[in-house]
Design a protein around this ligand. Structure first.
Ligand code: AHR
Length: 717
């Protein structure tokens, strides 16, 4: 139901109105006509500057954003550390039932009571766990298979880079201490015939179709060796993710495997690079910054699980991975340098979150000497990013292949430290900020506690924070109700970074109604982009696979921006709204006033009843913002109609000296709020551009039902 205050009054009195004299009726009619919403832009003088970094992206390892997402390694559990007891995602290939073979996880991390033999296969301090294939009796193909991240994507005429460490041996005699009795069940004697050809394939899960195949020649050696080969698919195959990666032999012996990798082509063919379709989707939004590495992923479940940036550097052989924050282990293939290169790929500036001594289980490190190593670690990290090649960490970055320092303006100290109800953030923030500003005076530190959101947890010691991070996860009603919250903020206080926000409707990616909530919210940020210097939606990515017999559901958080599986990807309606907002943005805020905006009652919530609210609050149904490109004179007017009815609007370009009659209009709309995009219907809701005519200093348009419209108007400058 949509009503405006005035309309409601007229309806209530409708019967009486009918009985009234004609002149009175005519007055009533005029009132109804006067209800057309009017949006008036004030172009008489340039408004405040739009923040040049208003729209960016936020990322963390959640929903298989990196492993099984942007980081295109196709082998799941490549260093066998994902699970301490079983070789997750790996299985035995044994085609002939008369053969005899088995696989075993060797030296599971963290278990000290395992036999010496199982522990002595570490390649280095990072690659401590491996997989053993024991072939006692041959027959058919025998080997190991990896299921990938919900399948291995196979596309025609494509080259995949495969590599793995391997070594072979015969029966292992476990050394015994003097006097130690012989084992009750001694290992069977297995002849070491491991040397020779090993076949590597990408094949259908039933093993019947080979999509690509190659061989390596396993050396007769007890030492680890890295083997590499390229697997190229044929031209005539149909794309599928119903595939696995397989390494097989036909000879007896014990085979050991570690760091098994299969890489498809990457964006710009960068080794250890990114998945091209996802980079293109992000670049399409023209984001100005990338906030990383989290989010909860920065903090980790325990203090020891914080994002370990130092062990994410250099060759993959030196990356042990770490416990993620969302229920699965991170390979750290997406390491600090990869984040920075990702920024380069999409033309965004890094916005670094540094670990500030608080973990998700609620533990924290008090400000003072105990926190100093963490502060030093953050300073090192900043030096890795921004230091010249003569600095200690800058030299490491140069050695890692990027001599040029990266641009960095903002450093966020921690993440969501309002969860730490001990109030320790005040001291922790100050210790970090003081050290960072002393060494890097050009940097701006962001506080994760914002006065407006958590007035009781304010930073009181030291200088007042320059920038505060606010997070909002809301439903569309709440977004509509609060879309103008920043209109009222103090202009003399700190700047605001809306570091995580989303309208949470739809799963795994958001639907049209969420996009309408987002758009309304963004008009509020845009109108106030003198105050809101940056904003980024979260979460950015979701692997949309549901649970299978061998793998759990891929995502942990509903309502995400960009969805994908192993083969393809798509943007949600929210994605397209953000793309429009980011692509059509001026550098000056144009003040806008509105009249006759219809309102609708927001359904009452449980929170309302606990706060004693019994009358449904009325929320607007139309939202608006306008910006102008000072150089070209282009005006970008954004209008959101959240209702299922077409909505005429009168648009007044107050103070404009000239406006061209022909303009462009871009609309995201749909027939119902639940409409959405999916992996099988990826472009159901996308922006539609059209030319419009008859634009003048006063003109009328009718907004589509459930729509976000961007007008690109030219002043002929
Ligand atoms: O975006 C998902 C999570 O929400 C982030 O990791 C955390 O910062 C917030 O609570």
């Amino acid at each position: 139901m949509i009503i405006s205050f005035e309309k409601a009054a007229i309806r209530k009195n409708f019967l009486q109105v009918v009985l009234l004299i004609c002149s009175f009726w005519i007055i009533g009619f005029c009132e109804v006509n006067a209800q057309t919403p009017a949006i008036t832009l004030d172009l008489s003088k340039p408004g405040a500057n739009v923040s040049p970094m208003l729209y960016g992206l936020m990322t963390e390892e959640i929903n298989h954003a990196y492993d099984g997402g942007l980081y295109p390694e196709l082998i799941r559990n490549r260093i066998f550390k994902d699970n301490k007891t079983v070789p997750e995602a790996w299985s035995l290939v044994r085609e002939d039932s008369n053969s005899n073979a088995a696989i075993k996880l060797m030296a599971p991390a963290g278990q000290d009571n395992i036999p010496f033999d199982e522990r002595r296969h570490a390649i280095n301090g990072a690659l401590t766990t491996c997989l053993r294939l024991t072939v006692e009796k041959t027959g058919g193909r025998l080997g190991i298979a990896n299921a990938g991240f919900w399948g291995i994507p196979v596309v025609p005429s494509t080259s995949y880079k495969a590599s793995f460490y391997c070594k072979g041996s015969g029966t292992i005699q476990i050394p015994r201490r003097p006097g130690q009795p012989a084992p009750a069940n001694p290992a069977p004697v297995i002849e070491n015939n491991t040397a020779g050809p090993i076949t590597v394939t990408i094949e259908s899960n039933d093993g019947k179709t080979i999509y690509a195949s190659g061989t390596i020649n396993l050396e007769k050696s007890i030492f680890w060796k890295k083997y590499e080969l390229t697997l190229t698919t044929k031209t005539d195959i149909k794309p599928t993710a119903d595939a696995r990666f397989v390494i097989t032999t036909n000879r007896t012996g014990l085979y050991f495997f570690n760091l098994v990798s299969l890489f498809p082509p990457t964006y710009n063919n960068r080794p250890n690079g990114n998945r091209p379709d996802l980079i293109k989707l992000m670049a399409g939004m023209q984001p100005k910054f990338l906030r990383f590495p989290g989010g909860n992923y920065l903090e980790g479940p325990l203090i020891s699980d914080a994002f370990p940036w130092k062990t994410t550097l250099g060759s993959l052989e030196n990356r042990p991975g770490h416990n993620g924050s969302w229920g699965y282990r991170a390979s750290d293939g997406m390491g600090l340098l990869e984040f920075l290169l990702w920024c380069e790929d999409i033309g965004a500036e890094p916005l670094l979150g540094v670990y500030a001594g608080y973990s998700l289980n609620g533990d924290h490190i008090d400000a003072g000497p105990l926190l100093t190593p963490y502060v030093d670690d953050a300073l090192d990290e900043i030096e890795y990013i921004t230091g010249d090649a003569n600095s200690y960490w800058g030299a490491k970055r140069a050695a890692d292949g990027h001599p040029k320092p990266f641009k960095l303006t903002y450093v966020e100290i921690g993440n969501e430290d309002w969860f730490d109800r001990t109030n320790s953030y005040d001291g922790r923030f100050n210790q970090f900020r003081t050290a960072i500003e002393a060494k890097y005076p050009q940097l701006h530190c962001i506080s994760t506690i914002a006065d407006a959101q958590y007035p009781n947890l304010k930073i009181t010691s030291g200088k007042k924070p320059e920038v505060m991070d606010e997070h909002y996860y809301r439903d569309s009603w709440s977004m509509w109700e609060n879309a103008s919250q920043y209109d009222k903020y103090d202009r003399n206080g700190p700047k605001i970074f809306v570091g995580e926000w989303a309208t949470r409707e739809g799963a795994p990616t958001t639907n049209l109604n969420a996009a309408l909530g987002d758009a309304a919210w963004m008009t509020g940020m845009e109108r106030n982009s003198d105050l809101i210097i940056m904003s980024c939606y979260a979460p950015l990515f979701v692997n949309v696979n549901t649970a299978t017999a061998t793998a759990p559901k891929a995502w942990q958080w509903d309502s995400d921006l960009i969805g994908y599986n192993a083969l393809s990807s798509y943007g949600s309606p929210s994605y397209y709204v953000q793309k429009l907002f980011g692509n059509y943005l001026g550098d000056k805020i144009v003040p806008v006033t509105a009249a006759n905006i219809p309102v609708q009652p927001r359904p009452l919530t449980r929170r309302d009843s606990t706060s004693g609210i019994t009358k449904a609050p009325l929320v607007p149904t139309i939202f608006y913002s306008a910006t102008m490109d000072e150089k070209t004179g282009t005006i970008y007017l954004k209008l959101v109609n959240t209702t299922g009815k077409k909505q005429p609007v009168a648009i007044n370009l107050g103070g404009v000296t000239k406006v061209l009659p022909d303009a462009m209009m871009y609309v995201v709309s749909g027939d119902k709020p639940e409409s959405t995009n999916t992996i099988t219907e990826p472009e159901k809701i996308i922006p539609v551009g059209s030319k419009i005519k008859g634009v003048a200093s006063k003109f009328k348009r009718t907004l589509d039902a459930y729509s976000v419209s961007v007008f690109q108007l030219s002043t002929g400058k």
